[in-house]
Ligand binder design. Structure first.
Ligand SMILES: NC(=O)C1=CN([C@@H]2O[C@H](COP(=O)(O)OP(=O)(O)OC[C@H]3O[C@@H](n4cnc5c(N)ncnc54)[C@H](O)[C@@H]3O)[C@@H](O)[C@H]2O)C=CC1
Ligand SMILES: Cc1cc2nc3c(=O)[nH]c(=O)nc-3n(C[C@H](O)[C@H](O)[C@H](O)COP(=O)(O)O)c2cc1C
Length: 175
């Protein structure tokens, strides 16, 4: 397991949260539904805080707020699937974005299973079925390091991006 380096900090300037969020709204990001299933039950949430860490082993990170209702299920199950959303998935993203009962969230999509038993969205742009190999707390969130055990690549022609607090559909230019 890799070591964690915590940078020493002096007296940090406290920036207003709204300033930080307004600036973060300028970082366009892919939208993903993160799912899990196991002894602690089925759960899923929408996440934009997802990125690639390394390809040897294939590993992504996902940032999960510890106050989310899904947090206990994810930590107990230790497995998850990163489902990258495609154009047309805006309503599904909204359902998994909070406050909706779990059965209603999952009723809105078509799901299968691969390596870990976590729900895999059938028409996702791509899916990474993972086990969580490391977790680090940072502020309000846990950073989950997830090793991909199985991958699916969908046929989506258009991608979904969250930018400026709205969804945008992006078409790939012709090759
Ligand atoms: N990383 C996260 O936990 C994110 C959480 N959200 C949730 O969705 C709600 C609506 O988001 P927006 O429409 O984008 O408007 P917003 O003004 O609440 O957020 C703008 C941007 O700030 C960042 N952000 C928001 N809440 C955050 C949090 N708790 N921790 C770290 N970064 C955060 C994200 O990059 C987000 O796109 C947020 O208030 C939050 O509850 C949204 C995006 C990312
Ligand atoms: C576009 C979008 C992106 C989000 N990204 C994240 C994220 O990266 N990490 C996170 O913990 N929550 C994120 N959220 C919020 C979670 O989806 C939400 O807190 C989660 O569904 C749990 O809600 P609940 O506590 O009502 O179940 C995002 C929400 C939206 C709409």
């Amino acid at each position: 397991m890799a070591s964690n380096h915590v940078m020493p900090s002096g007296a940090p300037p406290v920036l207003p949260k709204a300033d930080y969020r307004n600036a973060m709204a300028r970082l366009g990001a892919a939208v993903n539904i993160i799912t899990t299933d196991g002894p602690a039950g089925r759960a899923g949430f929408t996440a934009s805080a997802v990125c690639s860490v390394t390809d040897e082993p294939p590993m992504l990170l996902v940032c999960l707020n510890r106050s989310a209702s899904v947090y206990p299920a994810f930590t107990a199950n230790g497995v998850l699937c990163v489902n990258v959303l495609a154009a047309g998935h805006q309503a599904l993203s909204g359902l998994f974005g909070g406050k909706t009962p779990m059965d209603e969230r999952f009723a809105a999509g078509r799901w299968s299973r691969k390596a870990t038993g976590s729900p895999v969205l059938e028409d996702a742009a791509a899916s990474f079925d993972c086990r969580v190999v490391q977790a680090t707390s940072a502020g309000t969130h846990d950073v989950l390091f997830c090793e991909a055990l199985a991958i699916a690549i969908g046929g989506a022609a258009q991608s979904l991006i969250y930018f400026d607090r709205r969804y945008h559909e992006i078409a790939a230019p012709p090759h």
